[in-house]
Design a protein around this ligand. Structure first.
Ligand code: PHE
Length: 417
C-alpha cells in the first residue's frame, strides 16, 4: 500500500478518501490579502481593529488582542467539535469544505480558533484571516474569503459594575459543577443557565458595538436590520444585514457564546459574546468593488487606487475598464452511476476552476434533463468567462472550454452532447 501526501508549508499530510483540496486552492495559502498594504481587505481590517481599540482602551491598554496570522490548517475538532457542531451537521460535508484528510481541513470560519485562544487564557480578542468554503461561482463568491471573528467576555463585576446585586447565572446553576444542570437553548431569549438581565445586557452591548462599527465604516446613515439566526456555538444568535444598492446584504453572524464552550475549558464565571464578519462583503460595499476576484488582483490599475495614507479616506473604485464576457455552454450525458440529483455541483465547480483559473466569472446550472425514452440523465451548465485585465479572444476561450470538457469527461465518465 502506498500513502500519498500533500505538502503544505513544509509539512506533509497523509491523504485519504476525504481529501479534496486541490493544488489551485492550496496556491491561495500564504497570500494573506488581509495583511497586504494597499489591499482593500487590509484597509477594512485596520479600520475594524482601530474601532475596537478606540472603543475599548482602558488606562492606555487596549482590551482586545489581535490574532491575524494563525495557520488556516485546522483539525475537525477545532473547526467543529469544540464549537458543539453536531456530527451530522451539513457544514461538515465534503461538498462544503476543503479537507486535507478526515481529521484536518482548511478552516471554514475563523471561529475555529475560538476555543484554543480561550484556553490560553484570553477573554477579549479578534481573530482575522483567510477561510475556505466550497460554494457556487459568481461575482460575490470565491472559495477563499476573509473573516474577522471576535470574543468579548465579562465577569459579574465588569458586567454589573453599578448593580452588584445582579447575577450572570441563574441560582439553580452551579458554575463550579456545570454538569449538574443541563443547560438548554429551548427558550429563544436566553440559555437556561444565564439570567435574563445578563443576557439582555450582553445582547445590547453586542448590538451597540456592531452598529457602531457599521456606522464607523459606512457613515451614520447606514440602514440596518437584525435577523434572528441559529449557530450551534451561540444562543441566542442574530445576523446583521445592511441595506446596500436596493438589497439587504448579510454582513455578520453573532450571539451569546454557549456556556458549554466556556465550561469545557475550565472553571467559568463569565458570559461572552462572539461575532464573525466577512471582510469581502464589507469592502465590496464600502468601495463599490463589483467583483470579488478583484481582491486577488495584482494589477497596478486596481491596487494603486487603494494606496492611501489615511485608512479612513473615501475611495470609490473606478473600473480600469470592463472587458467583455464570453459565455460557452457545456452539456453532457451522465454515466448510469449518476443522476441529475446525485451529481455534486461543487465538485464540478472546483474542476472548472482548476482548469480555467480566475478567468471563470460564473458557472450557472442551465438545465437538467431526463430523456423520456432512454432515461439517460443530462446536465447543461453555462460557463461565463471574463478576464479582469484584458479582452479574451473567442479562440482562447474555446481552447480552455475544450480543456474543461476533456477534464469533465475524464473525471466523471460523461459523454459531451
Ligand atoms: N462562524 C460564523 C460564520 O462563519 C459566524 C459567527 C461567529 C457566528 C461567531 C456567531 C458567532 O458564519
Amino acid at each position: 500500500q502506498t500513502l500519498t501526501t500533500v505538502r503544505i508549508k513544509d509539512k506533509d499530510h497523509i491523504t485519504d478518501e476525504y481529501t479534496n483540496v486541490t493544488p489551485k486552492i492550496l496556491s491561495y495559502l500564504g497570500r494573506n490579502l488581509h495583511l497586504q498594504k494597499g489591499n482593500p481587505l487590509s484597509i477594512v481590517r485596520q479600520r475594524i481593529v482601530e474601532y475596537f481599540y478606540r472603543r475599548f482602551t482602558h488606562r492606555g491598554k487596549p482590551t482586545f488582542s489581535v490574532y491575524d496570522n494563525l495557520s488556516p490548517v485546522v483539525s475537525t475538532k477545532q473547526n467543529f467539535d469544540d464549537l458543539l457542531i453536531p456530527n451530522d451537521h451539513p457544514s461538515r460535508l465534503k461538498s462544503d469544505c476543503y479537507y486535507i484528510n478526515k481529521d484536518t481541513l482548511l478552516r471554514a470560519h475563523m471561529t475555529a480558533h475560538q476555543t484554543e485562544l480561550l484556553r490560553s487564557g484570553l477573554d477579549n480578542f479578534l481573530m482575522i484571516g483567510d477561510v475556505y468554503r466550497r460554494d457556487e461561482i459568481d461575482s460575490t463568491h470565491f472559495p477563499v474569503f476573509h473573516q474577522v471573528d471576535a470574543v468579548r467576555s465579562q465577569r459579574k463585576e465588569e458586567l454589573f459594575c453599578d448593580k452588584p446585586d445582579l447575577e450572570i447565572f441563574e441560582p439553580e446553576f452551579d458554575s463550579s459543577n456545570p454538569n449538574a444542570f443541563k443547560n438548554s437553548i429551548m427558550d429563544p431569549m436566553k440559555q437556561s443557565c444565564h439570567t435574563l438581565e445578563a443576557t439582555k445586557l450582553m445582547e445590547s452591548q453586542l448590538k451597540n458595538h456592531l452598529i457602531g462599527l457599521c456606522k464607523a465604516l459606512f457613515g451614520e446613515n447606514i440602514k440596518h436590520r437584525w435577523v434572528e439566526a441559529y449557530f450551534p456555538f451561540t444562543h441566542p444568535s442574530w445576523e446583521l444585514e445592511i441595506y446596500y444598492e436596493n438589497k439587504w446584504l448579510e454582513v455578520l453572524g453573532c450571539g451569546i457564546v454557549r456556556n458549554e464552550i466556556l465550561a469545557n475549558i475550565g472553571p467559568n464565571n463569565s458570559i461572552a459574546y462572539a461575532f464573525g464578519l466577512g471582510l469581502e462583503r464589507l469592502a465590496m460595499a464600502m468601495y463599490k468593488i463589483p467583483d470579488i476576484r478583484l481582491m486577488w488582483s495584482t494589477d497596478s490599475g486596481f491596487l494603486n487606487q487603494f494606496q492611501i495614507e489615511n485608512i479612513n479616506a473615501n475611495i470609490t473604485y473606478k473600473p480600469v475598464s470592463v472587458y467583455p464576457q464570453c459565455t460557452n455552454d457545456i452539456s453532457f450525458w451522465l454515466p448510469e452511476t449518476l443522476t441529475v440529483d446525485t451529481f455534486t455541483n461543487n465538485d464540478f465547480y472546483d474542476l472548472v476552476r482548476d482548469v480555467g483559473g480566475d478567468i471563470i466569472e460564473q458557472v450557472k446550472l442551465k438545465d437538467k434533463f431526463i430523456h423520456p425514452k432512454t432515461k439517460k440523465h443530462s446536465l447543461c451548465y453555462s460557463i461565463v468567462y471574463r478576464h479582469l485585465e484584458r479582452t479574451l479572444t473567442q479562440a482562447e476561450v474555446n481552447k480552455i472550454h475544450k480543456q474543461i470538457e476533456n477534464a469533465v469527461v475524464k473525471n466523471y465518465n460523461v459523454v459531451i452532447r
